[in-house]
Design a protein around this ligand. Sequence first.
Ligand code: HQG
Length: 177
Amino acid sequence: MDTHATNLIKRGKKLSYLLRHDKTYAFDEHGWRVVNDLVDNHGFTIAELLEIVATNNKQRYEFSEDMTSIRARQGHSIQVDVELAEATPPDILYHGTAKAFVKSIMSQGIQKGNRLYVHLSTTIEAATKVGARHGEPVVLCIDAKRMHEEGIKFFLSRNGVWLTDFVDANYIIGIAE
Ligand code: HQG
């Protein structure tokens, strides 16, 4: 990867922190952070923000219509309401985790930890990448159809991540190969 691309990823990670986890900033209730704050206080340029939003591999960020603010579409630990759409999930969703967490998950269910929701993927491939962030990846198959039928709410972020509050262990129906 060239220096520009590597730098963009590094800056994207900083932006991710500033938009999802920064407890020192007074976010708008819908998770918006003023662009000028990122420019004045965090060394971003408008051009750089435009490029990160446009090229981010998971389309994690979006500008407000008037382009004065920016937010992450999911993944927050700060308490904001990013106006997620409630939706009917596909029959099966996947949760990527690390092998070391599986025993605990099988007894306690999948918990959201610091984040606002449990994150679920639509493909085994995507879930494998999520799990690999924590160690040797394991992909759990979730019976999303039954969860939904039993009244559990699912939300779909604007970049295609499925979110729910908690996955009880009885909805884990297998390990993907
Ligand atoms: C695990 C990234 C033990 C859980 C990704 C996970 C995702 C348990 C870890 C998004 C547990 C939390 C979220 C239990 C859950 N016992 N471990 N009972 N319940 N865990 O980072 O899902 O690329 O907060 O399996 O792609 O890894 O940043 O969540 O391993 O979509 O956009 O506790 O973050 O998105 O880790 O990742 P995380 P996650 P971005």
